[in-house]
Design a protein around this ligand. Structure first.
Ligand code: EPU
Length: 469
């Protein structure tokens, strides 16, 4: 597949993310946008994680494909879920509370085209709307997608998505305020080879191919556990999907799909974030709901750095067992590699490690925006354009600052810092929790996009802070 010359870029205004931060937080009960944290207390206790943000939001979109209602369980109360709910409701899907706390019933029987204003209200808020295309084209023959949002951690083009949709037969028209699509001849199965195993583009293929006429073959697919769980859901709905070796997925299109009932895969990114917080604060956190299989790679690195964990049936206990933390070389990668979302929270523990650590970020070209604040707090971190500590990656020849060298141990001191993005924001919270003195962390509403009740959880774990604003 050849990438578009004129890649459609996210139309994220310079401060869109910041402007949205407070409303993200307000949606989940966070009144202010700032936290003053007095560092130095270990986080100790038990918290629970629910379904993965990066599965739940896509599972909600999949419900559009059913002819009967779906029930999704373990849905976290995060603002990304609320955004997708709003978009589904704008398209006539009835979304109600399900049969237990944290479950949603999604009834797509009366799906209809949304009013422009209702869609536009969600412009710049999330990346999920691009995944509505296939299901809406199947249901309505047309789709309109607002400008996308999401964390500013790189350019994040959608060229693979648009190329995939065109291959299925969609007609794509870029407009000033979004993208309009139609499928005058219906959608037909096709052969796709992704230039990179993109999570979103793989989901795009799955959500479009399951109802397309004929067979679709996808090569170089992403195989993240969240994608496997989306495949589980689609199979429950009636889809026929084969996952072959070497990142090949084959989908036989079917005429109709039914609703599903599903308990979402746990959020391994949230679990890893709390694990990193336990290690950096010399703490001891039991993350209820976390499972070993989806975290194997993280657990190996956690142990190498000097962290300890105990696997239980109902969760994983992460703790600092005493002794010095050790430096590591990490290269982020697609699954089964070390996830890009794990590096930001773990970097704080690496500032405490005795020696030089390297983090080579190969998934997003700009995921070190959070580091400036850490340097201000006393960390010794240098960012390099070269591919350090591993294999050359696709960013190496392109002048992107994508390798970090972290020299430790350093002691962090309190500062006024501003959250740049979701995972970087959690990393800033950990930094403030470990720092000597008081820190004010602003723009914290962004963290509510992906961490359910993080304020309550911090309190439960004994953090010393005040909310402002
Ligand atoms: N890419 C393109 N063109 C495309 C699509 C992707 O060049 O059309 C590039 C991206 O720019 C990036 C790489 O491919 O360099 C990987 O992007 P991918 O499509 O895999 O990421 P995504 O689907 O946009 C999801 C998660 C991210 C997570 C990544 C990688 C969601 C909503 N987001 O993003 O999660 O980091 O996969 O696992 O599922 C987060 O939770 O904080 C987060 C950023």
């Amino acid at each position: 597949m050849v990438g578009e010359n004129n890649q459609v870029r996210e139309n994220v205004q310079e401060n869109a993310e910041r402007g949205n931060a407070q409303s993200h937080g307000a949606n989940v009960g966070l009144v202010g946008d700032k936290i003053t944290i007095r560092g130095g207390r270990p986080l100790v206790g038990r918290i629970e994680v629910k379904g993965a943000k990066n599965l739940v939001t896509k599972a909600m979109v999949a419900a559009l494909l059913g002819e009967t209602p779906s029930i999704l369980r373990d849905v976290p109360n995060i603002s990304d879920v609320r955004i997708v709910r709003g978009l589904l409701e704008a398209h006539g899907v009835k979304v109600t509370e399900g049969d237990e706390p944290g479950s949603l019933q999604l009834d797509p029987v009366d799906v209809e085209s949304a009013h422009y204003a209702d869609i536009d209200a969600h412009a710049g808020s999330s990346r999920i709307p691009i995944l509505f295309c296939g299901p809406l084209l199947h249901r309505l023959g047309e789709a309109f997608i607002p400008d996308l949002g999401g964390c500013r951690i790189g350019d994040r083009p959608i060229d693979y998505h648009l190329e995939v949709l065109r291959k299925f037969g969609a007609v794509v028209e870029k407009q000033e305020s979004g993208i309009r699509m139609s499928a005058p001849n219906g959608l037909k199965g096709t052969k796709v080879e992704l230039p990179y195993p993109s999570v979103g583009a793989t989901e795009q293929v799955l959500l479009t191919a399951v109802r397309a006429e004929g067979i679709t073959e996808l090569k170089n697919a992403a195989i993240e556990p969240e994608i496997m769980d989306l495949i589980n859901i689609l199979q429950k709905m009636g889809a026929i999907i084969t996952v072959d070796t070497d990142r090949v997925i084959r989908i036989e299109g079917v005429d109709s799909l039914q609703g599903y009932q599903h308990r979402a895969l746990f959020d391994r990114n949230e679990a890893a974030s709390w694990a990193a917080a336990a290690l950096a604060t010399d703490g001891d956190i039991f993350v209820g709901g976390a499972k070993q299989a989806e975290m194997l790679t993280f657990l190996n690195v956690f142990r190498k750095v000097g962290g300890a964990f105990d696997i239980h049936d109902d969760g994983i206990r992460f703790y600092h067992p005493g002794g010095d933390l050790k430096p590591v070389i990490i290269e982020t990668d697609v699954h089964p590699g070390f996830m890009t979302d794990w590096q930001q929270p773990l970097v704080i523990a690496l500032t405490h490690a005795h020696g030089v650590s390297i983090v080579h970020e190969t998934v997003y070209e700009q995921r070190f925006g959070f580091v400036d604040a850490l340097v201000e707090m006393g960390a010794t971190i240098q960012i390099h354009r070269e591919c350090l500590g591993g294999h050359p990656c696709r960013f190496g020849q392109r002048n992107f600052n994508h390798s970090a060298v972290i020299a430790g141990p350093t002691k962090l001191v309190g500062a006024d810092i501003e959250v740049p993005d979701l995972r970087g924001g959690f990393s800033h919270l950990i930094a403030a929790l470990t720092a000597e003195g008081t820190s004010t962390v602003s723009n914290v509403g962004i963290i509510s996009r992906g961490y359910e009740n993080f304020i309550t959880k911090l309190r439960l774990l004994g953090a010393d802070f005040d909310l402002e604003g």
